[in-house]
Design a protein around this ligand. Structure first.
Ligand code: PRP
Ligand code: MN
Ligand code: MG
Length: 179
């Protein structure tokens, strides 16, 4: 698995430091409230777990899965709900947790769904952002790292369902996804 990685982009320590920062900012902003924190499966599962431990206000957790990429490196442009929330978002402050924003299609779809369900507020925390790839006008409220347009994996991010369990984030060797 490690042989497929060209270079490390962010070490485990760098990521953990950033996650602590994001948790502190969210804890400050949501003081006195009880947000519903939504993990976008599968990519955000590790970030969600680490971030939740760094949020000091009471939160509820829920999980949602949407599909857009499949096993390709490009978004199909189509988004659909694969696993819906168990919780009603009506009247709730919602924080969506994403590992990465690329085209923005996944998040704009989810935000739209949650707003139509009458969430009180919808904010986004994304660990990684590739603004150069955006096809819809969308920005996170909390962003970890802005990254270039390279194919990154690890810390939840996959290529064909592999590499999610790497504790760091690295750039995949081109021969892995071009073969
Ligand atoms: C990836 C990533 C984001 C989304 C970002 O998920 O985790 O959810 O793509 O891309 P976008 O901004 O172009 O929509 P993916 O669809 O690969 O599913 P996964 O989380 O299960 O890997
Ligand atoms: Mn995802
Ligand atoms: Mg994926």
């Amino acid at each position: 698995m490690l042989n497929d990685i060209q270079e490390t982009l962010y070490t485990e320590e760098q990521i953990q430091a950033k996650v602590r920062e994001l948790g502190a900012a969210i804890s400050r902003d949501y003081e006195g409230r009880n947000p519903l924190v939504i993990c976008v499966l599968k990519g955000a599962f590790i970030f969600m777990a680490d971030l939740a431990k760094n949020i000091t206000v009471p939160i509820a957790l829920d999980f949602m899965a949407v599909s857009s990429y499949g096993n390709s490196t490009r978004s199909s442009g189509e988004v659909r709900i694969v696993k819906d929330l168990d919780t009603s978002v009506e009247g709730r402050d919602v924080i969506i947790v994403e590992d990465i924003i690329d085209s923005g299609l996944t998040l704009s779809y989810i935000i739209d769904v949650l707003e139509r369900r009458n969430a009180l507020s919808v904010h986004v925390v994304a660990l990684f952002d590739k603004p150069g790839r955006r096809t819809v006008d969308l920005n996170a409220d909390y962003t970890g790292f802005v990254i270039p347009d390279a194919f990154v994996v690890g810390y939840g991010l996959d290529y064909a369902e592999k590499y999610r369990n790497l504790p760091f984030v690295g750039v995949l060797k081109p021969e892995i996804y071009s073969s």
